[in-house]
Ligand binder design. Structure first.
Ligand SMILES: [Zn+2]
Length: 121
């Protein structure tokens, strides 16, 4: 494969020519990567509803369930401290954030997406 603009020799995975910077048309490799990303990975399946219920019972428990153990524990600690510091005002707010987060992360895991330890939503 060569660059259609300057004739520079290109590697198969190159998206831009290393000499002139021209965009390399490689529809085949783009199609392949799309297919790989769309493939579901049912072995990693987590129930968003169960994550929601667990986080509703104990802040951080849903995160623990979807594999974000450290985040779940820290989230619980932050919830306790913030609740004390604000005389209970932050309690409900963090609880809601924790619920939405657990649900969204479980959804991402279900879709086979890579979820970082500290990723939110
Ligand atoms: Zn070129």
């Amino acid at each position: 494969m060569t660059c259609h603009k300057c004739g520079n020799q290109l590697f198969v995975n190159d998206q831009y020519c290393s000499r002139c910077g021209e965009r390399v048309k490689s529809n085949v490799s783009q199609h392949e990567s799309t297919v790989i990303n769309d493939e579901p990975q049912p072995s990693k399946g987590k129930s968003p509803i169960l994550a929601l219920i667990l986080s509703a019972l104990v802040v951080g428990l849903g995160q623990l369930y979807v594999g974000q153990g450290l985040k779940g524990i820290v989230l619980f600690g932050v919830w306790v401290l913030a609740t004390i510091a604000t005389a209970g005002m932050a309690m409900f707010v963090i609880w809601i954030i924790n619920l939405v987060d657990a649900y969204q992360i479980a959804n991402k895991v279900n879709q086979g997406k890579h979820v970082e330890e500290w990723e939110f939503f």
